[in-house]
Design a protein around this ligand. Structure first.
Ligand code: UN1
Length: 485
């Protein structure tokens, strides 16, 4: 079986532990290769390499740094099909979605490469004569990038692309469920000619590798996407550094009585069962007006029953497996809870086939405060909640701890505008599903979804820079601000 290595200071190296772990194909449960089960010492080495490389990298003009990003984007494009197939093998989602994942990575490298010729600060008048005031965006230094498996190329790219163009050096720890895709990304970055030490990858567990990156004082910034519990741990243990967190959601689609139901059903199916429900933007709650609840349920159940489960590499497959055994068990546990909390209308069990499959599941008559309507399941489980009007819909929509994505289906402009105004979420869609964020717009959420940062778009640049404020006094004498003579 193929053994893969860490990437430190421009070299592929074994961990000091001499131990490895396997990455499994969730559709077949077969191993795809062995990866380094790294130690704290490996992390230290990666940090030293990054520290060494960072000053020269940040001294390289940003438009020159951007050239590497354009090249990475080009190489991703060239290898798109191969990367997509390999990703489906490693994490299960269907080929059209892994193609989308690669495309998102291509897009973000391209967008961030363009930032090499912007990285705008702002200029503003000084309160004093002959004095110039402006800001610049400066790199943070060495940053830690810790990523999940559900978008194994796109999410690392959301972080790595801006980190690079802004002049940071990186220590990257990918999810242990998708180290092969991460390795392929780093290989492409290497092929694009990035100087040694600017990006370093260390694979392995959260306890040894993740914790060390998060707590190490030489790491000046952390960007993390993953569970809320880990996010909380990071805020309590990282010490004083810049932190960006994206911690999931319990996203709802509101369907009003005037909605185009067929359009809504398509959006719900895509949002709830695309990526087998394993997106932090996935739709896991339907909040439906009582007058159309029955009609929506019928259409939804009909469409859900058409979905074909299978290996994501096969053309006929609509829904792939869950990522691993633990995810399958967790989804099953919630389906059991759901049986007590609502009425099961379809699915509810593991599929009888090899691999970590679970049937797309819908519960109706769910109370807004039921566990299945409150907790992030990260699987293909959808709860339907019936409401009497828009006010109640928005109240239910907001009655959760998370605040990532949201959606309303309505033909009525007033309802749409009120939803935009009153829904507590980082993202609101109108007449579209909860998923499908584009790379040139900010991505992230409020409440327990995050800590105020956004990824992608211009705010992705803010995540990976510090602001330097500059005053230049050319009056030739000491001038004091605040009117002091
Ligand atoms: C995630 O689920 O962690 O908007 C990210 C979307 C994708 C990104 C999802 N573009 O669903």
């Amino acid at each position: 079986m193929k053994e893969y290595q860490n990437y430190i200071h421009g070299k592929w190296t074994n961990s000091k532990s001499r131990k490895t772990f396997d990455s499994l194909n969730p559709a077949t449960e077969k191993s795809l290769g062995a990866f380094q089960l790294s130690t704290k010492e490996d992390v230290h080495e990666a940090i030293r390499a990054a520290e060494k490389a960072q000053p020269k990298w940040s001294g390289t003009p940003a438009p020159k740094r951007a050239e590497y990003l354009f090249e990475i984007s080009r190489l991703l494009k060239k290898n798109k099909e191969k990367l997509a197939e390999s990703m489906t093998e490693e994490m299960g989602k269907v080929l059209k979605e892994t193609r989308g994942d690669v495309q998102e990575a291509i897009d973000v490298f391209e967008y961030m490469a363009g930032e090499g010729r912007r990285l705008f600060g702002h200029t503003t008048p000084s309160e004093l004569r002959h004095k110039l005031a402006f800001t610049q965006r400066r790199p943070i230094g060495v940053v830690g990038v810790i990523t999940p498996w559900n978008f194994p190329l796109a999410i690392p790219s959301w972080k790595i692309a801006p980190a690079l163009v802004c002049g940071n050096a990186i220590v990257f720890k990918p999810s242990s469920d998708t180290p092969r895709t991460a390795t392929q990304l780093v290989q492409i970055i290497e092929e694009a000619g990035i100087p040694e030490g600017v990006i370093n990858m260390v694979t392995g567990g959260a306890q040894e590798v993740g914790k060390e990156i998060i707590t190490h004082e030489k790491i000046r910034g952390i960007s993390f996407t993953g569970s809320r519990d880990t996010g909380k741990w990071i805020t309590q243990n990282a010490g004083i550094k810049k932190i960006g967190l994206e911690l999931g959601g319990k996203n709802a689609i509101i369907v009003m009585e005037d909605a185009d139901l067929d359009n809504a059903v398509e959006g719900i199916i895509w949002g709830a069962f695309g990526t087998t429900g394993q997106r932090c933007t996935a739709c896991s709650r339907i909040i439906v007006h009582k007058n159309i609840a029955k009609a929506l349920e019928e259409k939804l159940v009909h469409a859900t029953k058409q979905l074909r489960l299978g290996n994501g590499l096969e053309k006929r497959t609509d829904v792939g497996p869950l990522i691993n055994k633990a995810a399958q068990e967790k989804t099953f546990m919630y389906a059991q809870i759901g049986r007590r909390e609502g009425r099961l209308v379809c699915g509810g069990k593991k599929a009888e086939m090899e691999g970590y499959f679970f049937e797309p599941t819908i519960f109706k008559n769910v109370k807004p405060n039921a566990r299945i309507a409150q907790e992030e399941i990260f699987g293909p489980v959808l709860s339907m909640i019936t409401v009497k009007d828009l006010n109640e819909a928005i109240r239910v929509c907001n009655g959760i701890e998370y605040g990532l994505s949201s959606s309303i289906y309505t033909q009525n402009i007033q309802r749409a505008m009120l939803a935009i105004e009153q829904i507590e979420a980082g993202i609101t869609y109108v007449n579209s599903s909860t998923i499908g964020a584009e790379v040139h717009l900010p991505f992230g959420g409020i409440k327990q979804t995050g800590n105020g940062t956004r990824e992608a778009g211009i705010e992705g640049i803010h995540e990976f820079t510090e602001t330097k404020t500059v005053y230049i006094d050319y009056s030739g004498r000491l001038q004091k601000a605040q009117g002091i003579d």
